[in-house]
Design a protein around this ligand. Structure first.
Ligand code: SF4
Ligand code: SF4
Length: 397
């Protein structure tokens, strides 16, 4: 039987978080009422007709718990350093309090290298006490068997692993594959569901099948593929590091082959949706059914950086948003710019079947690419310049 963990009224009905299976689903007002949800003043007006309405708060918040990391990976999106800033535990607890008060369901701890914080278990416990589901992304540094045992409260840990030994160090400029593998083993040993994060670059993609085979051997529950983004040190050599158009075009078929071969779940990140634009089989409905989430800042996602500043997403280095409150979530100009773009997409996104999930692709990429050449309108808020459909549209083909 499905166990309901929490509900949150929304204008359309409610969001319902279930325990087993773990999921977050939207239900209309009729079903919400049957589940005992009281919509109060939110339901005073008729339910919104648009398919994707603005939520009353984020469902997930990414919380950077440190900017410190000794690994010095060449493409680090956060520009993390050995002497990076690190907030006090009490400051992070207060940020968790704010996130919970906004009604978020989950918090994703990131960094820097969060596993090197001795007080990470206390943060996990605080998140759980607030009813938040905490997850962590780590390179594996600091994830000793003892530390893993203290982190059983995490719902999932994803370990960064951009290729097996011999590939990893070429891709990241840091010899970390063995550390990552030890961390995966330690986490699995104590029963923490453990996934693998693979950032797709020109150098890592040719080894994707070998990486997936290693993931299976290591026993992960999920292989998450992430698009490389021009953020932090990732801006330095972005044009030579990003996937080529031919590599992008190969993605749907490769993912189908991988999912047929392996038992673990394959997940793609928010910025990968445009890579499916040309696929004749994949639809927005299918992506939504499998829980694929596109560019969601201001709709379901927000980030709190290491200084406590609110960002639309973890890769956004431009102007911060207002501190998180119910009214700033609704009225903040930066979050509002994401919503406004998604609500009135220009061509070729306006007529794209994937637009309800994709929402125009990645703003970080659109904001960082050369003006004039790949971003002819010169706007951060313009269609994703690496989307095959956008490329074809701009080339007039
Ligand atoms: S055309 Fe626009 S909405 Fe469609 S997949 Fe490409 S970037 Fe996304
Ligand atoms: S701008 Fe959107 S698609 Fe790009 S990384 Fe941020 S949330 Fe993901």
């Amino acid at each position: 039987m499905t166990v309901i963990r929490r509900t949150r009224p929304e204008r359309f009905g409610a969001l319902v978080a279930t325990e087993s299976p773990a999921a977050l689903v939207s239900v209309d007002r009729v079903l919400a009422r049957r589940l005992g949800v009281d919509g109060g003043t939110l339901w005073a007006e008729p339910a919104p007709r648009e398919r994707v309405s603005v939520l009353t708060g984020p469902t997930e918040v990414h919380l950077a718990v440190t900017e410190r990391c000794p690994a010095t990976c060449s493409g680090c999106y956060a520009d993390a350093r050995p002497d990076g800033a690190e907030p006090e535990l009490d400051a992070l607890r207060a940020r968790l309090d704010t996130i919970a008060a906004l009604g978020a369901f989950s918090v994703a701890f990131g960094g820097g290298e969060g596993a090197l914080r001795d007080d990470l278990p206390a943060l996990v416990a605080h998140a759980r006490a607030l009813g938040l589901v905490p997850t962590l992304t780590t390179s594996g540094l600091g994830m000793t068997p003892a530390r893993a045992a203290q982190l059983r409260g995490l719902a999932q840990v994803n370990v960064s692993y951009d290729g097996p030994p011999g590939v990893y160090e070429v891709v990241r400029g840091y010899r970390g594959a063995a550390t990552a593998e030890r961390a995966i083993a330690a986490l699995r040993e104590v029963g923490v569901p453990t996934g693998m994060n693979v950032v797709l670059t020109r150098a890592s993609l040719p080894h994707l099948e070998a990486t997936a085979a290693r993931a299976e051997a290591l026993g992960v529950v999920e292989l998450q593929l992430l698009r490389f983004k021009p953020s932090g040190r990732g801006r330095l050599d972005y044009l030579a590091t990003r996937l080529t158009p031919a590599q992008v075009a190969s993605m749907p078929a490769r993912l189908r082959a991988l999912s047929a071969q392996h038992a673990f779940a394959i997940r793609v990140d928010c910025a990968m949706v445009p890579f499916f634009a040309d696929d004749p089989v994949i639809s927005a409905e299918a992506l939504a059914r499998f829980g694929v989430i596109g560019c969601e800042p201001g709709r379901s996602l927000a980030t709190v950086d290491v200084h406590g500043d609110v960002r639309p997403c973890s890769f956004w280095r431009d102007r911060p948003a207002e501190p998180l409150t119910p009214s700033s979530w609704r009225d903040d100009a930066t979050l509002g710019a994401f919503r406004a773009f998604a609500a009135s997409l220009p061509e070729p996104c306006a007529t794209c079947a994937l637009a309800p999930v994709c929402r125009g692709g990645c703003r970080i990429v659109a904001g960082a690419l050369p003006r004039g050449e790949e971003v002819p309108d010169g706007e951060d808020f313009s269609p994703d310049p690496e989307c095959p459909r956008v490329r074809a549209f701009r080339a007039g083909t």
